[in-house]
Design a protein around this ligand. Sequence first.
Ligand code: HEC
Length: 305
Amino acid sequence: MNLLDIIGGLFPNTIAFYIAGNVFADILYISILIVMIAILAAALSINQAMRSVLRLTNPKVLKEEQNAATARRIVRKKYWSDAWNYFMGLKPIEQEKSLIIDDHQYDGIVELDNPIPVWFNALFYSTVVFAVAYLLIYHVLGWGLNQDQEYENEMARAELAKKEYLSKTANLFDEHTIEPDESGSLARNGEPLFATNCAACHGMVGEGGIGPNLTDRFWIHGGEIKDVFRTIKYGVPEKGMVPWEQTLTPGQIAELSNYILSLRDTRPPNAKGAEGVEVAAYENERNPAPANGEERAAAVGEGNG
Ligand code: HEC
């Protein structure tokens, strides 16, 4: 560890910056610094001594010097107070007579015609300038965006962000990981998808047609969400059910699966007859969160029977 590190540690970013890192150069620089400080101190004390001599030998010079300084101070003070009065529109009390409005007096009470303060006028004129600049920038030259354009920009940006988010999350679903969506929002999004893609074969409300009824408890390929997801994704081509893997994103298939789950037991009119095997109790029906242990045992017994 050299001098540089020690001083750098004590005074980070200050004196260490000027130090060379070589011990001899360091010592030289520090000595020069000390000598310069000593010379400065010496000069100050010589100045003091000279003034003491002057006070004894020629006090008039010192007196004149002092008077000049006082005069300068007074002028400076007046300059600032004048400037302040001008800015605030104030008149010194001795000029008040000139402000009196002659025909506005009654019973010795007079009215003064005080000028509008400069600060107020400055503010007023700056609003005018601002308004003109604003008009030009936002409405004539079109350099700035007005509220509507800003709103549209924000919406477009949000739309992009949404797309990006969806393209990232859409692929999080597959037939092994999908779970029923408790919030119901996926099912809601699935409804229009179903109407455009599936209703032709499964009916507008899933009652069945060319394809089987999706609202009953009978399933050819299984009625749990994972089964439904798999059926939609890979289809049953030999039976006329299209594989949707290429057409829909995994996110859309998840929405459709949840929508189909939400159709369970809706008993639409003109429902197609049962096909496949009945599912007596679905996964989420087999394990309800019962209030007490007995009910739970009963529910489990039922599921097994
Ligand atoms: C061209 C007609 C057609 C279209 C369009 C169609 N399906 Fe199907 N779907 C079928 C047929 C036919 C079956 C029965 C397959 C079988 O018998 O194995 C079926 C079966 C299914 C099953 C399994 C039913 C069960 O009992 O296991 C589900 C779930 C399903 N479709 C969902 C969809 C969804 C969701 C869409 C829209 C994205 C869709 N289908 C579009 C004809 C179609």
